[in-house]
Design a protein around this ligand. Structure first.
Ligand SMILES: Cc1cc2nc3c(=O)[nH]c(=O)nc-3n(C[C@H](O)[C@H](O)[C@H](O)COP(=O)(O)O)c2cc1C
Length: 450
């Protein structure tokens, strides 16, 4: 790094021109009609003009505007409209260009409090649109690093605890990407992990970024099929269901809700294939298709974001009258199971993982089976930008509740699992792990008699 590091405030590339006539200023933004306003005083207008071109530091803007309040007035006004960007420079190079992702972003106006600094635990360096960027769930802005900026960052990171004299680290602290080595966090903030905050921020309208049904792959990539091709393996017809019997024996929703419990003590008798057939039919069968091609939507007994129904159900069976221990795919379209080859050990691992999730003692009976819920995430991501994983998890929650209610109505022992391992299913599917991934587990058996 050469010489002094400066954090410059300036109009972003979006502002094509700026004209001044006395205190009257006209901004021309790329995407807006010309914006004309009268600055409160001539020095306010001077400060606005200083934001043009390379920009000015906050101290320079304060000098120009005559007071911190006047400089803050100018900065706040344009930051809120997302007209401002920031540059970190040294005497030779631009080290980083910083664009805000929301109108509520502003760098800290004050320098760091003289303590050692380090990369914020909520920030990361990654590649985006072919460039090296600093990103953080805690910062509604993104810093694009130049080659010199990457070298400067490497220096700041290599100083395991960048010293106060590191002016680049200080600028990154003002921008929010660096933190004190001992972060001053509220207890609530300490509970948020990097991935939690990044997913939260990136999958809400918290940042002015594309989000929702943008169909960003349309024209460039075929959408994944609405119906998952049946995996190879032995086909097992599920016993026919008696819909009239469901209608006759099902209790009112209110009564089912009142009885619903997570049950982890199991009967000696195994669950039967007939019961699993009824359960899968009531929870997961496909009831209809609409549309064609890109826009094929599917209906099932539970609702699903965009009616895409990207979730697939698998049974990891320890015991079930009529099935050998293995992992089975449930074909919701024809109500048929397919036994996945060489999957007995994987079924055992899935069930043991469930037993751990449910804190079952070593000697306790295991559930008869774990229903693994997988997401064909590309089907959601093909249509929805930024929210695909969020939608799939929300869909799993919806399925969990329906599983609880149907299991309760049928007198079964249900329990959702909050933690699971995607790998056993991935290994038996032996496909591209990005095509489909296990994201939820739910245990079933008959309950121990009370
Ligand atoms: C999303 C979700 C995850 C859960 N994960 C687990 C789990 O991993 N282990 C477990 O024993 N129970 C799990 N449960 C069950 C809860 O512990 C249970 O619902 C809660 O204690 C309330 O009891 P109840 O279901 O009998 O009303 C989970 C429930 C939900 C909805």
């Amino acid at each position: 790094m050469a010489g002094s590091v400066r954090l410059l405030y300036r109009f972003g590339a979006r502002i094509r021109s700026i004209d001044r006539d006395g205190d009257r200023i006209t901004l021309q933004a790329d995407d807006l009609k010309p914006l004309t306003f009268v600055a409160p005083t001539a020095v306010h207008a001077d400060a606005v003009m200083a934001l043009h071109g390379k920009g000015a530091t906050l101290a320079e803007l304060t000098n120009i505007a005559g007071s911190e309040t006047a400089a803050a007035y100018v900065v706040d006004r344009f930051a809120r409209a997302r007209f401002l960007e920031w540059s970190v420079t040294d005497d030779r190079d631009v080290l980083a260009e910083v664009a805000s992702l929301a109108g509520d972003y502003l760098p800290r106006a004050v320098p760091p409090p003289g303590e050692r600094l380090a990369l914020c635990r909520l920030a990361c360096l990654r590649r985006h649109d072919g460039q090296a960027i600093l990103d953080s769930g805690a910062v509604r802005a993104r810093a694009t690093l130049s080659r010199a900026g990457i070298a400067a960052l490497a220096d700041s990171l290599a100083e395991r605890q960048a010293v106060t004299g590191d002016a680049f680290a200080a600028a990154l602290w003002q921008l929010g990407f660096f933190d004190l080595v001992e972060p001053q966090e509220s207890d609530a903030r300490r509970t948020w992990q990097f991935a939690d905050l990044m997913l939260h921020e990136a999958s809400r309208f918290n940042r002015d970024q594309p989000l929702g049904a943008t169909y960003r792959f349309k024209g460039g990539m075929a959408p994944p099929p609405a119906i998952k091709p049946t995996p190879p393996g032995e086909r097992i017809e599920l016993p026919p269901v008696d819909v009239a019997e469901f209608a006759a024996t099902s209790r009112p929703l209110d009564a089912v809700q009142a009885r619903r419990r997570s049950i982890k003590h199991y009967a000696a008798r195994p669950i039967s294939l007939g019961q699993m057939s009824a359960f899968l039919w009531r929870v997961g069968r496909t009831t209809g298709h609409r549309g064609a091609g890109d826009d094929t939507v599917i209906s099932r007994p539970y609702p699903s974001g965009g009616s895409l129904n990207e979730l697939e159900l698998y049974l990891a069976v320890r015991r079930c009258e009529g099935l050998v221990p293995a992992v089975y795919h449930y074909d919701s379209h024809v109500h048929v199971l397919t036994r996945l080859a060489r999957s007995t050990a994987a079924a055992g691992r899935i069930i043991e993982r469930s037993a751990q999730a449910m804190a079952l003692p070593a000697e306790a009976q295991r559930p008869d089976l774990t229903i693994v819920i997988s997401s064909r995430l590309p089907r959601v991501a093909w249509k929805y930008d930024a929210v695909a994983y969020r939608l799939s998890l929300l869909n799993v929650g919806v399925v969990f509740e329906l599983m609880y209610l149907v299991a309760t109505d049928m007198g079964l022992a249900p329990c959702a699992n909050g933690s699971g391992n995607s790998r056993p299913l991935q290994e038996v599917l032996d496909g591209d792990p990005f095509e489909e991934a296990a994201i939820g587990e739910f245990c079933l058996a008959l309950p121990a008699s009370r």
